[in-house]
Design a protein around this ligand. Sequence first.
Ligand code: ADP
Length: 496
Amino acid sequence: MGSHCESSVKIPPIKFTKLFINGNFVDSISGKTFDTIDPRTGEVITKVSLGDKEDVDLAVNAARHAFDYGPWPRMSGSERGRMMMKLADLIEENVEEIAALDAVNGGKLFTLCKAIDIPGAARTLRYYAGAADKIHGTVLKMSKGLQGYTLREPIGVVGSIIPWNFPTTMFFMKAAPALAAGCTLVVKPAEQTPLSALYYAHLAKLAGIPDGVLNVVNGFGETAGAAISAHMDIDKVTFTGSTEVGRKIMAAAAASNLKPVSLELGGKSPLLIFDDADIDQAADIAFRGMFYNKGEICVASSRVYVQEGIYEKLVKKLVEKAKATVVGDPFDPQVNQGPQTDKKQFEKILSYIEHGKREGATLLTGGKHVGQKGYYIEPTIFTDVNEDMIITKEEIFGPVMSLMKFKTMEEAIKRANNTTYGLASGIITKNLNVANTVSRSIRAGVVWINCYTAFDVDCPYGGYKMSGFGRDFGLDALNQYLQIKSVVTPIHDSPW
Ligand code: ADP
């Protein structure tokens, strides 16, 4: 495992650090700020305004006013779509600068932010912009003497609470369908990654999106986040993050104004590799499925089940890949894996690794932190594990894979489903019948066959079981930001 620490890309000066409320960058009411940290070094990048309940109140007031009286929900879908398209163009024009913000803030590979995350935001905006003028109700032909139709109306003010692993993807995964529907938003980015969201707020203003439609309040979960989930004037909360926090958000929503919530939560996703798989291809898919974005990905293939005939060979390949991984500065194009996003996460992952060793799992490779500073961890693979062990049960959210052997398809299905989660899954086989049978048998929101983490904005995505409910992406996501109103009129003196 190499380590590389030369940065070739200059980090741009940070332009936006305040809260964005009602179309303006403002200080928090308390005047307080918090440090945002560079996970490569643990040093402070800059200070960011710290939003709390009072700031959330201001942002909600702005969003409420923009929804109740402003042009946004009243203008045609195509007008909204045009501004969203403009925002997509502006994002593309600034791709380098924004990619650098996510890389320095989240320890994410700069080249991937530039090639995937940031252009993906533009694609997401265009996808939903194209849908904005195609939101239709239905005509109802009811009993004799009645006629009606349904309107699909924007749900209102949306609170969006998002995590730190994909700051850009998460921001637009929620904001783009909500904007297309005609909603207004208060977004609370994760406290670990507050920077790119502020850049997007600035670009939204340039794109002509009216003041108050898109507000960004940075702050901590227990304060600013909790204020959103408990707010009486927010009509819906969309959340991506841990199952533990999802539970709190749902409870707060129920205890306040019964706002609907959609929750995309944790996972411990199984990948089943059958004997007939091409070993190189399978190793590539399994490795990338787990270690992409340093394992900080909710769909990570953290439980890999390999059929016994190819188990030894596959183990060897995966270990080779782990050893060949260059862990280091995410701005260096030679590097494959950057630092974990923050210290808390870094320590949590290392403690899971220690726990795994204590539980009797065999550490095949990795297991240690890399370098003297920053939050780097070696890609780590455990074997001799089972579904009762903590490291195979709980979401680690870091570069730690559990590798297991199975004999039959039936056994693999049973073990794959032996989890409280149900976010994602994968199968590698050439046998169509096996692929189809496993696909129908696994209780998870997505099944990837001969691929993994194959995301697209056109593909709905979300959890079964304790991985949450509701769907992001796809046209299904639009429905989360719409509600149906039935309009009924009598037809008098008519034979119909
Ligand atoms: P962690 O940072 O511990 O992994 P999550 O990933 O679940 O927690 O955090 C995702 C988002 O949820 C972040 O924006 C965080 O600030 C927010 N959050 C944390 N706790 C709460 C809470 N009690 N209520 C609302 N939001 C919260």
